[in-house]
Design a protein around this ligand. Structure first.
Ligand SMILES: [Zn+2]
Length: 164
């Protein structure tokens, strides 16, 4: 089964990048570590956190719970750190998930989104995807292009840093 994540409050931007890459990342927005741990165990998720205390727990050291401790502060370096630590793939399933709610996106044709996107987009774009939960529509416009470039830059930086 694909690796899935539960991201602590303190690594929200990292979580967004992982979603862009196509990973299943649920954000944990509360302060209750006990609840976060129970949720991760129940849903078989790896916790992403900057909280060094969490990895000292016995449930982590005995291997019951997987926690990836994030040491970098800059979100983009965090992505590179986690990709390296967990052997992830920048091109896993890019743009396959809703960036707002983590749902797997559904392919849509022009007719299905006609009422939902601006006219200038309809005139220039043919491929769309839609979130089944929030109904947000995605297309390959300038925002998408910026994310593609961002992802490529992260990957290029990664290759450079790992080869020295
Ligand atoms: Zn959504």
């Amino acid at each position: 089964m694909d690796i899935r994540f539960l991201a602590d409050n303190n690594v929200g931007k990292l979580a967004r990048w992982l979603r862009i890459m196509g990973y299943d990342v649920v954000l944990f927005r509360q302060e209750d570590d006990g609840l976060m741990i129970r949720t991760a165990l129940a849903e078989d998720r790896v916790i992403l956190t900057k909280d060094a205390e969490l990895v000292k727990r016995r449930i982590v050291s005995n291997g019951t719970l997987r926690v990836a401790l994030v040491k970098e502060c800059d979100p983009e370096r965090q992505v590179q750190e986690v990709v390296r630590t967990l052997n992830l793939d920048y091109q896993f399933r890019p743009f396959s998930r809703c960036l707002e709610c983590n749902q797997a996106l559904i392919p849509r044709d022009k007719e299905q989104v006609r009422e939902l996107v601006p006219v200038h987009v309809l005139e220039t774009q043919t491929r769309y995807t839609q979130c089944p939960a929030c109904h947000r529509v995605y297309w390959r416009g300038t925002h998408w292009q910026a994310m593609v470039r961002g992802l490529a830059a992260l990957q290029a930086g990664h290759d450079n840093s790992s080869t020295g």
